[in-house]
Design a protein around this ligand. Structure first.
Ligand code: HEC
Length: 596
């Protein structure tokens, strides 16, 4: 039978509709069956897929796409030796893949908007240069058991981690001086060891242990990782990281400006001197991401993830140190100076992204509740429902409250001396919760009575950095940085539950709720984001592109987790994990509404 023109068109049309309908059905009803990544990529972007082979079996290898012109990186995992990457901006890429002990050479690839590119890769054994310089040994070989070890674990290792002492080779005098410094003698940062943790009787045992095992002739060693983070390819199948790196300062500018190079040979400033250092990303309602840059000159950085373009904004006083920032409901950026100029006068600054101006500031602690003899470091910042502002002082042991109606700043001192108040969050009743880093406690500040109540996790000492409020607006989630545990505090009963994080050397840092899940960043073995299901108590691991800690994480409306790879020397900036990159409809970082 001869098919007429009109009829042919109709058949064609129907077939096209059928195909579209089928595609839509597969995407909504059976997302697992959609093998073509192309369908899910954002407009104007490209996809790359391919296979990875190696002589040895491997699981969840990390495939990297580095765009040097845009200073961006994409990373996905292999599943059964295949990978799919989405949302790549058009441009030139360096593509590589690696996993423990294996890696590929770097390949070049150029992609155009809408393209579905493919590239196959193969891995060989990592060369010696790519492996660690120091010798890896078992924990028990580096740290022989005995009373010295017990003291070292309690007073040094819990804070410095397992690889700090074996990286040093000191004689008795130098170890003794280090212990003095850590006990607070001549230390502007204050005592790092709580007096009760190093009794005079134990000091000689500790010094001898350090000299015997990390003496002048000791070789650098590090603890061999025997329990790898458990990775599950089915969880990682659609996960994708994107990192956006800070702009590089031109010669003579920014960190290369000699007037800033001098900044801070020691202490807090020394830590961040001579380089850019991203920390604490916060999400703006307009979809941009704002981060502090702790390097000198200090800046805040605005990133538009839709374009990958970032803009640097100098602090009013770029010699003041930074740590955190927050964004209020009107979209105003609030930045506490971590250390002021002069040191005794840190300020709280406001920046308007619309006018791009710093327009108001308030002096911290004007009544000098914290003595000027103590270093004052206003640190983490949070708002309550009435947009009053709360800032913890990691040095100075206090909490400042800025009252929106009176515009007055009041300061309150935490009950535990030398507690190092770190992260601050506000619950649904407008009470403030504080993580005590050295105090190893969770503290509640009742905003009506202005009284503190402290809660002790069973495992002590613990080092607690940050905390979050669960989706119910009341449950407090936090973690023991030095003990690799997640903790849950039930406000009604005051009961704290601890959950062991299932990998060797876990260091939970910051936390954010997402329904029944609690996400957290873990720096222990490098960098990873972990999702904890509070109902099944299962931990899902999403290893990060870089070896770096992530001091703050923030959730978008579409389930993206933003972070800053803080300790990264080569690639400071911000990054995001999409646990399911096929589901996102935009690269804009619209903040998730609070869960309650
Ligand atoms: C609560 C955390 C903490 C504990 C516990 C701790 N340290 Fe430290 N340590 C630090 C910090 C922070 C610094 C860097 C800033 C400073 O000097 O306080 C540091 C610096 C050091 C330094 C370098 C000093 C220098 O001159 O640069 C040595 C060595 C050291 N610690 C050894 C030890 C030893 C040994 C112990 C156990 C007896 C110990 N630390 C306990 C946090 C800690």
């Amino acid at each position: 039978m001869r098919v007429g023109m009109k009829q042919a068109m109709r058949i064609h049309f129907a077939a096209a509709w059928g195909a579209l309908w089928l595609a839509a059905f597969l995407m909504t009803a059976l997302p697992g069956l959609v093998s073509s990544a192309q369908a899910a990529t954002l407009p104007g972007t490209a996809t790359v897929s391919g296979t990875v082979e190696a002589a040895e079996p491997f699981k969840a290898a990390q495939v990297y796409f580095r765009n040097n012109a845009k200073r961006m990186l994409y990373m996905v995992y292999t599943v059964g030796g295949k990978y799919n990457a989405l949302h790549l901006f058009p441009g030139e890429y360096e593509v590589s893949v690696k996993t423990k002990g294996l890696q590929s050479d770097v390949q070049k690839l150029t992609v155009t908007a809408g393209q579905a590119a493919s590239m196959n890769l193969s891995m060989h054994a990592s060369t010696a240069a790519e492996q660690r310089r120091s010798q890896e040994m078992k924990y028990d070989e580096i740290y022989p058991a005995g009373p010295g070890r017990v003291i070292a674990e309690r007073t040094c290792i819990y804070c410095h981690g397992q690889n700090y002492l074996p990286g040093r080779a000191f004689d008795e005098k130098k170890w003794s001086e280090a212990i003095d410094l850590m006990l607070g003698q001549g230390n502007p940062q204050g005592a790092q060891i709580q007096p009760a943790d190093l009794l005079p009787a134990d000091r000689a045992t500790l010094t001898k242990y350090l000299v015997d095992n990390f003496g002048p002739d000791a070789k650098p060693r590090s603890v061999r990782i025997e329990v790898q983070p458990p990775v599950d390819e089915s969880i990682l199948a659609k996960a994708q990281y994107i990192e956006y790196y800070f702009n590089v300062d031109a010669p003579g500018q920014g960190v290369n400006d000699p007037k800033y190079k001098r900044a801070g040979a020691t202490g807090e400033m020394g830590f961040a001197a001579g380089r850019r250092m991203g920390q604490e990303p916060q999400l703006h309602p307009d979809g941009t991401v704002w981060t502090v840059d702790r390097g000198f000159p200090t800046r805040i950085v605005k990133l538009d993830p839709r374009t990958g373009v970032s803009k640097d904004i100098l602090m009013p006083n770029p010699m003041a140190a930074l740590h955190d920032l927050e964004i209020d409901k009107q979209g105003i950026i609030w930045v506490p100076e971590n250390e002021g100029v002069p040191k005794t006068e840190p300020k709280l600054w406001k920046f308007d992204p619309k006018t791009e101006k710093w327009f108001e500031s308030f002096l911290f602690d004007p009544k000098k509740v914290i003595s000027d003899d103590t270093l004052k470091h206003p640190h983490s910042i949070a708002f309550d429902s009435k947009a009053n502002v709360y800032v913890s002082y990691i040095l100075g042991g206090g909490l400042s409250v800025w009252n929106r109606e009176t515009k007055q700043m009041s300061t309150y001192i935490l009950p535990t001396p030398n507690s190092f108040p770190y992260g601050v969050v506000v619950d649904t009743n407008d009470n403030v919760w504080i993580a005590e880093f050295h105090g190893s406690k969770l503290a509640k500040f009742d905003t009506r009575t202005k009284k503190f109540t402290e809660f002790d996790p069973p495992t002590q000492p613990a080092l607690i950095r940050r905390l979050t409020v669960g989706s119910d607006g009341l449950t407090i989630w936090s973690g023991l940085f030095s003990a690799g545990m997640l903790v849950k505090l039930d406000q009604k009963t005051g009961k704290i539950t601890e959950y062991k994080i299932p990998h060797q050397v876990s260091q939970p840092y910051d936390f954010t709720p997402q329904g029944k899940y609690v996400w957290f960043s873990d720096a222990g073995q490098g960098g990873t984001l972990i999702r904890f299901d509070s109902q099944t108590e299962k931990f899902d691991y999403f290893p990060a592109p870089q070896i770096a800690d992530m001091p703050k994480i923030r959730l978008t409306k579409e389930g993206g987790i933003w972070y800053s790879p803080r300790s990264s020397r080569d690639w400071p900036g911000t990054g995001v994990l999409y646990p399911d990159a096929t589901k996102i409809t935009t690269l804009a970082a619209i903040p998730a509404p609070r869960g309650w």
